[in-house]
Design a binder for this molecule. Structure first.
Ligand SMILES: [Zn+2]
Length: 120
């Protein structure tokens, strides 16, 4: 499988199964639900909702983020439901801007998925 970029423009480069409609991120060239290889590019975002987060005090294994930083799961709508995506929140101590159920917006990056709080 050829490695695909995380982002196309300001949207996530997800894949969609043309047989069962399953949307997956990161992009994958087959469907893990029905094993189809009939896959299309499907762009998700850039606006979503923060579902949960945690603060990490250890050095990340990828990207230029200094600890402490917030890891999060954000939910993005698709045309047949939603997908939940793991990433880092662009925020700093004391992390007062982070609100569960708050709006997030994607920040395009080559190495990792990043969100910022708010939808501006
Ligand atoms: Zn499928």
């Amino acid at each position: 499988m050829e490695r695909q970029p995380l982002f196309i423009g300001d949207k996530l480069n997800a894949s969609k199964c043309n047989d069962c409609g399953n949307v997956r991120f990161p992009w994958m060239d087959y469907c893990y639900k029905c094993q189809s290889t009939n896959i299309s590019e499907y762009l998700v975002g850039p606006k979503g909702k923060l579902m949960s987060y945690t603060i990490s005090y250890s050095k990340p294994y990828v990207g230029k983020i200094k600890p402490p930083y917030a890891y999060a799961v954000a939910r993005f709508p698709t045309d047949n439901g939603h997908i939940d995506v793991f990433g880092a929140i662009d925020s700093q101590e004391p992390f007062d801007d982070i609100k569960i159920n708050g709006s997030v917006k994607l920040i395009p990056d080559k190495l990792l998925v990043k969100f910022k709080m708010g939808d501006d």
